[in-house]
Design a binder for this molecule. Structure first.
Ligand code: NAP
Length: 275
């Protein structure tokens, strides 16, 4: 039981397809005690059975990260339940629809500000507010995507937010390192979730990734859950400020692998077809 004796909070479970659910489940399966959060009343009912399954029915709290008072209230609840906590999972992102397709330069300042606030600043604020109740070898994990490093069609505004999130991870890692607290980001390959449904042509992204990743498949929330659990556990005790890819190896590719047709001519396999 790798996580036995560890207590933590998971922000960002919308349903059982959420990456945060995969991470929470992996931690729970390895003995962790959890608290989980929901965005607003609409989601409280939906999350109740999930909280029950994860053994934290009595630790299901509201936390809209755009409301500082809810983050403060979350700290008070966690302090009451656990005293100190050993890990935080920040699996939250949001960008208005206009930021996830079309021309990048048309993004409005309003959309930009909302995306940066919820997807990036929230990691800083949650970290700062929960810092007083972090144990002295605590681990914080956030979720990112390759579209923060390289251009990905339609990822647009979220790409800029993920670039900022990845640097935020590194600055926080340095900030908190002397207190023994680690901060890492897990860069997951594309997975069909609620948030992903907002990205234009997402199903093409899935096909492209599966065709070109060295492992020739897409990743699952179980894959991400297990790797996330490693980053939250003492197995990764000397790992901080890291952007850890769990993407079937997609990020190492500079060019799609060449295949050969029956006349031994090079061809490229993609989208399930050859061209
Ligand atoms: P998801 O299930 O839709 O999770 C996103 C979560 O963010 C939801 O629980 C959502 O709550 C929450 N959220 C949005 N605005 C919030 C706010 N103001 N306060 C609190 N919570 C808020 O989608 P997911 O794919 O698992 O996304 C989790 C993380 O993984 C995100 O950072 C995403 O960018 C990242 N990621 C996803 C992929 C992918 O392909 N799916 C790949 C790499 C990284 P509600 O649903 O209640 O609105």
């Amino acid at each position: 039981m790798i996580m036995k004796g560890k207590r933590g909070v998971v922000l960002g479970i919308a349903n059982k397809k959420s990456i945060a659910y995969g991470i929470a489940k992996a931690c729970r399966d390895q003995g962790a005690e959890l608290a989980i959060t929901y965005l607003n009343e609409r989601f409280e009912k939906k999350l109740a059975p999930i909280a029950e399954e994860l053994g934290c029915a009595e630790r299901l709290y509201p936390c809209d990260v755009s409301k500082p008072e809810e983050i403060k209230a979350l700290r008070a609840s966690l302090e009451k339940d656990f005293g100190k906590i050993d890990f935080i999972v920040h699996s939250i992102a949001f960008a208005p629809k206009e930021g996830l397709s079309g021309r990048f330069m048309d993004i409005s300042k309003e959309a930009f500000d909302v995306a940066m606030d919820i997807s990036v600043y929230s990691l800083i604020e949650v970290t700062r507010e929960l810092k007083p109740i972090l144990s002295n070898n605590a681990s914080i994990l956030t979720l990112t995507y390759y579209g923060g490093v390289k251009y990905i069609p339609n990822y647009n505004l979220m790409g800029v937010a993920k670039a900022a999130l990845e640097m935020t991870t590194k600055y926080l890692a340095e900030d908190l390192g002397s207190d023994g607290v680690r901060v890492n980001a897990l860069s997951a390959g594309p997975i069909k979730t609620l948030a992903a449904a907002g990205i234009g042509d997402f199903s093409f992204m899935l096909k492209w990734n599966a065709a070109h990743a060295p492992l020739k498949r897409n990743v699952t929330i179980e894959d991400v859950g297990n790797s996330g659990m490693y980053l939250l556990s003492d197995l990764s005790a000397a790992v901080t400020g890291e952007i850890h890819y769990v993407d079937g190896g997609y990020n190492i590719m500079g060019m799609p692998a060449v295949e050969f047709d029956e006349d031994s001519k090079p061809t490229i396999a993609w989208n399930g077809e050859s061209n």
